[in-house]
Design a protein. Structure first.
Ligand code: ATP
Ligand code: MG
Length: 439
């Protein structure tokens, strides 16, 4: 297989931007991910441009610009369709500390390409002359399917520790291997990954979950290289079976779907206690929303997973009262996520028949949405109880919770008369009614 310029279909509006810059005397090239992906035949690309023009010159040449990253030399330019493209001034690194690169403008295209991370990301294409410039033979690595550092791998990883994680992501995303020197450098850089900010690490995890169809290989490499030990110690010994479950959950895709990402995260953290997963995500600066969802799903998996697995292995399902208690504890709106995580994990367990998992799915979902499992489902509410003599306050809340438990055990009791009678009993002799609740 070979690649040639014909595979590079640069959209008209992007060619116009490049032409404006070139006509003003500034060499301008398409670079980076879009050139790589176009050569691989992938659709839907973000075309970025690299140019000899300074940010100020770029802003003078175009009417509609957005200063997205002026300090790094990047100006967002809106094309005639209102789509933004990043136009970045050629730069070279003058100093690095493994976290941030200090860049300098006034560099040549070759210097700009030399500071890029991998050969497959360092291919430039002139969309007007339709000419490729590929000083590091990135095309050969695309054909061979290899992720290889530009220059000396060890040095490049030292300059920016994130590159180790990026290499692993690109390899798994495209099904490429990692060049031996590059892999060696990744392994020896792992203990230094602690220098990365938690935000950058989390972003790499997210990009892996979003972009990579089957992330188990990538996270297996994080583990094997020692990256998890450095940046998410709780995952240092994560098992292959657990990682395989992530692959069975759908990718969030181009339009980010937060629940899908949370589910994949829950699978990644499913060997931990809910609280441990929450702590690890908090350390990675995950949003409270995400910590909440993942924490609950993981916690409930830890609470009910083993029991359910045992049942499913024997070919049966728990009875309705047990399933109702589970649904109530998981929460109606989380049952689906819980089951999807379970199904992804059970799919790797040869003792469990897929049909019995589907049966559980249907039963538990039906119970969660049909049966009374929440206080709001009770045939009485706080007002009813007050009208029948209960005082407002904590006692009222406790009575409602006890009624909920009684109804979860026996939904037939969820009638107004029965609940008012039970409430009166509860108030008259709280302990006696409690015994009833347990019966
Ligand atoms: P993606 O599809 O994930 O966006 P990409 O290759 O476009 O892939 P970006 O993170 O958008 O990746 O970066 C754009 C380009 O900038 C890369 O192709 C690479 O040439 C360069 N680059 C990005 N991050 C680094 C880095 N840490 N070190 C060196 N070069 C980098
Ligand atoms: Mg990109």
């Amino acid at each position: 297989m070979t690649f040639d310029e014909r595979a590079l279909r640069v959209p008209g509006p992007v060619i116009e931007l490049a032409r404006t810059l070139q006509d003003a005397g500034f060499p301008t090239w398409c670079v980076g991910g879009a050139v790589r992906d176009a050569l691989l035949g992938l659709p839907l690309l973000d075309w970025d441009l690299a140019t000899a023009a300074t940010p100020a010159e770029v802003r003078r040449l175009f009417r509609r610009t957005i200063p997205v990253g002026i300090e790094f030399g990047t100006v967002g330019v809106l094309d005639r369709d209102g789509r933004m493209h990043e136009v970045t001034t050629f730069r070279r690194d003058v100093q690095t500390d493994g976290r941030h690169a200090v860049v300098e403008f006034g560099a040549s295209l070759d210097q700009d390409l030399a500071r890029r991370d991998f050969t497959i990301n360092a291919i430039a294409f002139d969309p007007i002359a339709r000419r490729l410039h590929d000083p590091f033979a990135g095309r050969e690595d695309l054909v061979a399917g290899v992720v290889r550092a530009v220059g000396v791998a060890e040095e490049r990883m030292r300059e920016d520790r994130l590159r180790a994680l990026r290499a692993i992501r690109f390899a798994s995303r495209f099904g490429f291997s990692i060049d031996a020197d590059t892999w060696q450098a990744i392994r020896s850089s792992a203990s230094h990954l602690t220098r990365l900010s938690p935000e950058r690490v989390k972003q790499e995890i997210d990009k892996t979950l979003d972009q990579v169809e089957a992330p188990s290989q990538a996270f297996g490499r994080w583990r094997d290289a020692g990256a998890f030990a450095a940046v998410v110690p709780a995952l240092r010994d994560v098992s292959d079976d657990t990682l395989a479950a992530i692959d069975r959950l759908p990718r969030p895709g181009a339009v980010t779907r937060p629940l899908r990402r949370s589910l994949r995260l829950a699978a990644l953290f499913s060997e931990l206690e809910g609280k441990e997963a929450e702590r690890a995500l908090k350390a990675l600066r995950a949003s409270n929303q995400e910590i909440g969802v993942v924490g609950i799903v993981v916690d409930r998996w830890r609470r009910f997973g083993a029991e359910l697995t045992a049942q499913l292995t024997s070919g049966g399902l728990p009875g309705d009262p047990a399933l109702r208690r589970m649904a109530a504890d998981i929460g109606r709106l989380r049952v689906n996520a819980f089951l999807r995580l379970g199904a992804a994990l059970w799919a790797g367990d040869t003792r469990i028949a897929p049909a019995v998992v589907r049966q559980l799915f249907r039963r538990l979902m039906r119970i969660a949405f049909r049966d009374p499992i929440e206080v709001a489902d009770l045939a009485v509410d706080g007002d009813d109880l007050r009208q029948h003599g209960l005082r407002a306050g904590p006692e009222l809340g406790r009575v409602l919770q006890k009624l909920r438990q009684l109804v979860i055990d026996d939904p037939a009791r969820n009638t107004r008369d029965e609940l008012l009678r039970l409430a009166a009993d509860l108030v008259a002799s709280p302990s006696g009614a409690e015994e009833q609740a347990g019966s």
